[in-house]
Ligand binder design. Structure first.
Ligand code: NAD
Length: 284
């Protein structure tokens, strides 16, 4: 690759704040970005784990800090932003990665929708939606003053079509996608002079330690019925790896993505665009 092409995709020197960075996906992304010269601020409710992850990056020669931060609390996010600015002098990118489901917000195996506790569903909705909205508000104010900034949200396959059993998670991720699109316009209404870009990544089904048992039987080779149904509906015919999100994120936060605004990149092996009708499922 010649130097000009290299610069197009460069993230070197960029200060990137990631929420939920002590988790599986964004821990891997943080290491990948640090290896490419980005300066990482790892924000997580679990401050110790964020610190450990930052220590790991520094041990490999990268630049990183770990910051305890609750994405549901303005009084926690604002000081986290101050800490990043004190450490690195500025922030260029916010990646909203904190999110997830809770067992209590899933329709129980032997139950039905009407058994669900609204309180649990509310908590999941809040983590995924409010936990994206609030950090974005606080960082956006800063980006507007700075004159530029990049925001990347995290949705899911259930942003496009809801997944069975998880209404709070599905509803919230759909709302995150809607928010990404809404904000992409609103930032230009509110801050016409600032160069703020807003996009989103929608991870597909990944084989991570956390959900491996949902996808594979105990022998580690045979698919569970859920695993089988995912593969049968994924044109690429396999699960993804968190590392495969790195390229799309680099695209979104580098100059290579300078005209991408309000888009969702599905990193899913084609799951989201397959109708489910046709020969794929018969052959798998
Ligand atoms: P994970 O559970 O490994 O990581 C989530 C992190 O968020 C954890 O470190 C947790 O401590 C942190 N967190 C939780 N509540 C928080 C709060 N209030 N404030 C700050 N941090 C908080 O999850 P993951 O699998 O790495 O997923 C990362 C993102 O990708 C989530 O938004 C998830 O919904 C989304 N996603 C994951 C998958 C998948 O297959 N794993 C698929 C689609 C989308």
């Amino acid at each position: 690759m010649d130097q000009k092409q290299d610069a197009l995709f460069s993230v070197s020197g960029k200060v990137v704040a990631i929420t939920g960075a002590a988790g599986v996906i964004y821990g891997a992304i943080a290491r990948g970005l640090a290896a490419r010269g980005a300066k990482l601020a790892l924000l997580d409710l679990l401050g110790d784990k964020a610190q450990e992850a930052a220590d790991g990056i520094r041990a490999e020669g990268g630049e990183a800090i770990g910051v305890a931060c609750n994405v549901l609390d303005t009084d926690s996010i604002a000081p986290a932003l101050d800490t990043i600015i004190k450490s690195f002098g500025r922030v260029d990118v916010l990646i909203n990665g904190a999110g997830g489901n809770r067992p209590g917000a899933s329709v129980p195996r032997d139950g039905v929708f009407t058994d669900l506790s609204l309180e649990e569903v509310d908590k999941v909705f809040a983590l995924n939606y409010k936990g994206t909205f609030l950090p974005t508000q606080i960082f956006c104010k800063y980006f507007a003053k700075q004159g530029k900034g990049i925001i990347v949200n995290t949705s899911s396959m259930c942003s496009f079509a809801p997944l069975t059993n998880v209404p709070g998670y599905s509803n919230a991720k759909a709302a995150v996608t809607n928010f990404t699109q809404w904000l992409a316009v609103q930032v230009k209404v509110d801050y016409p002079e600032a160069d703020i870009r807003v996009n989103e990544i929608a991870p597909g089904f990944l084989d991570t330690t956390q959900n491996h048992r949902l996808l594979f039987e105990e022998d580690d080779k045979t698919l569970t019925p859920r695993g089988h149904s995912i593969i049968a509906n994924t044109p690429l015919g396999r699960f993804g790896d968190p590392k495969e999100l790195l390229g799309p994120i680099v695209l979104l936060i580098s100059d290579a993505g300078s005209f991408l605004h309000g888009v969702t990149i599905a990193v899913d092996g084609g799951f989201a665009i397959y109708s489910g009708v046709g020969p794929l499922d018969e052959k798998r």
